[in-house]
Design a protein. Structure first.
Length: 287
């Protein structure tokens, strides 16, 4: 049937349901389409702000201690510590003195294992606003192992604040030594190895003022040197790193440097790190 468009509203059974004059709504039409934030292919529209990914929460710094002593006959040592040399520690909670130590020379952090690697991530609380219970001249760290590598990283809570000089002593009979120091380090580095070499990073090398090598021992000074530092005698009272290993390389860098990946040997040849195998574990321990 053909409906004549000139037919009046009385002959139109749907006339009373049609919109009145001025009414733009069409009840027979579907509801208006609202585009989604993304396009048809699921790609977000360029004019829409992108969601910011949630940052992975960082591990909180452990509660600070003045003295930490950990010794075990076997097994690896791995941990994170915070050292505040200005804390006052009651006598019953002081760690035992090691051979040759005094109350004034007690190590702030002492780690030792006979057979195992050592990995230490240490934060030094800077600032000397609080008085201390002793007249310590430095904050000292020591990590010792007979068979295993040592990785020691030291950072500061507030770079630029006043702090005590840092003394770091690392020893291994059979294993590589990696030491990371804060940018404020200014002092002497002494590395001794019978099978390997002592190698600073490029950024460390750019800050070296004096550098001598005698056989198995290499000595260099990081930072600005002043003759007044030795005016009272030959003993150095500033920052110092002593690293000693019989078999393995010694590397030192700033703690905020990006660790180079992949690893390379001193000859510049790439040796991929293997996840297993006897000889690969020996290689990783030495280099």
């Amino acid at each position: 049937m053909i409906i004549d468009s000139s037919t009046n509203s009385k002959s139109d059974p749907l006339g009373e349901f049609r919109p009145k004059n001025g009414d733009t709504e069409d009840t027979d039409s579907p509801p208006p389409y609202t585009p989604l934030p993304g396009g048809a292919d699921g790609v977000q529209a360029p004019d829409m702000p992108r969601a910011v990914p949630t940052r992975r929460p960082t591990l909180p710094t452990p509660k600070a201690s003045k003295f930490v002593s950990l010794a075990k006959p076997n097994g690896a040592i791995k941990g994170t510590w915070s050292i505040d040399p200005s804390l006052i520690v009651p006598a019953p909670f002081l760690p035992p003195l090691q051979r040759g130590e005094t109350d004034q020379s007690r190590k702030n952090l002492y780690l030792k294992t006979n057979n195992g690697a050592i990995t230490a991530d240490v934060t030094l609380v800077t600032g000397l606003s609080r008085s201390t219970s002793d007249a310590r001249s430095a904050v000292s760290f020591e990590a010792l192992t007979f068979n295993g590598s040592v990785k020691f990283s030291l950072r500061e809570t507030s770079p630029g604040q006043a702090r005590l000089p840092m003394k770091i002593n690392i020893e291994s009979l059979n294993g590589a030594i990696h030491v990371s120091v804060p940018r404020s380090f200014r002092g002497i580095v002494v590395g001794t190895t019978f099978n390997g070499n002592t190698k600073p990073s490029e950024e460390i090398a750019s800050q070296i003022q004096f550098d001598t090598e005698d056989g198995r021992t290499r000595r260099f000074f990081i930072g600005d040197f002043s003759a007044e530092d030795f005016s009272s005698g030959s003993n150095w009272a500033g920052d110092e790193v002593n690293a000693n290993t019989k078999s393995g390389s010694i590397k030192i860098r700033f703690v905020d440097e990006i660790d180079p990946t992949p690893s390379t040997s001193d000859a510049g040849i790439y040796y991929p790190k293997s996840t297993g195998g006897f000889f690969s574990r020996i290689w990783d321990a030495l280099f």
